[in-house]
Design a protein around this ligand. Structure first.
Ligand code: PAF
Length: 289
């Protein structure tokens, strides 16, 4: 597994990977599967990597804690950075061709001033309390796609809004990348895996289960025929509020393409929530089918 820190070297490696000698002596295209991450890798990332391996000839993983997707006062400084541990994990999984690990100056050199904004979609849900967050995500993902030129890129359903925005970005800017969204990986008790779970104390880790419990409540109400989104949201709020250390940022049920609130549950509506557990903001979601 190579570790590449510069865009130039990364581009060279991508060119090499795209064209390798076929057995007949000619040259043929290799496909590249890409897993963009901010590091602090966990089983959720590994499941993306394993699928990328199955579906492509080569896999590239990026690790970059992207400063422009953190708002002032958020956890940019404190975000876990553990390259050695991440490399060890990736070596154990095997099959990753390259880890792209640029520094901030490499990605945003002096004079950098372009950003990508997926307007309305970026202002809803998490976007209303994390101003500019999704523009930061859309910008870095565009840059990474331009550098890595993947055939397919892999994201987790846990970051539901991010996946909707990236799909929109790809369509709107005619980018030739297939976006694959894989199911959220959870701990045995249901907590969605997240690099930010590292912030939780033992008690907070327990309290954090209220997110999944609220989603299960929504699912069971929808399954038993409740179609009124407001009623379901009310029940979800009740579940979260039973946990004292929780503070709700939002609880919503939205259309999976437009992210607009729905009144009536229809196939594919997504129940999503963001909740503070102490000083840690967690998100989770479930598809109500
Ligand atoms: O999901 C993440 O880890 C980040 O938002 C991403 C997609 C790597 C962009 O920085």
């Amino acid at each position: 597994m190579r570790l590449i820190t510069t865009i130039r070297e990364m581009r060279d490696r991508v060119s090499e990977l795209k064209l390798i000698k076929s057995t007949s002596g000619g040259r043929e295209n290799q496909t590249i599967g890409f897993v963009p991450t901010m590091g602090a890798l966990h089983e959720g990332h590994l499941s993306l990597i394993r699928t990328a391996q199955k579906e492509n000839d080569a896999v590239i993983v990026s690790i970059f804690v992207n400063p422009i997707q953190f708002c002032p006062g958020e956890d940019f400084q404190r975000y876990p950075r553990q390259l050695e541990q991440d490399k060890e994990l990736l070596n154990r999984v095997g099959g990753v061709d390259t880890v792209f690990y640029p520094d901030i100056k490499e990605m945003y050199p002096e004079g950098y001033c372009t950003s990508v904004d997926v307007k309305n979609l970026g202002n809803r849900l998490c976007g209303s309390s994390r101003l500019g967050h999704f523009s930061g995500v859309a910008t870095v993902v565009t840059k990474l796609f331009n550098i890595v030129k993947p055939d397919a890129a892999y994201f987790g359903q846990k970051d539901f809004q991010q996946t909707v925005i990236i799909k929109r970005l790809i369509a709107d800017l005619n980018m030739d990348v297939e976006i694959k969204v894989l199911p959220t990986v959870r701990d045995e008790d249901g907590l969605a895996l997240s690099s930010r779970n590292q912030y939780l104390s033992r008690e907070e880790r327990q309290d954090a289960l209220c997110l999944y419990q609220a989603l299960l409540k929504a699912k069971s109400l929808a399954n038993s025929g409740e179609t009124d989104a407001k009623k379901i949201i009310k029940e979800m709020v009740n579940v979260v509020n039973r946990t004292q250390s929780s503070k709700i940022d939002y609880v919503s049920i939205v259309n999976p393409d437009t992210l607009e609130d729905v009144q009536e549950i229809k196939d594919g509506a997504v129940a999503a929530l963001a909740v503070w557990i102490g000083k840690t903001r967690l998100i989770d979601n479930i598809i109500l089918d």
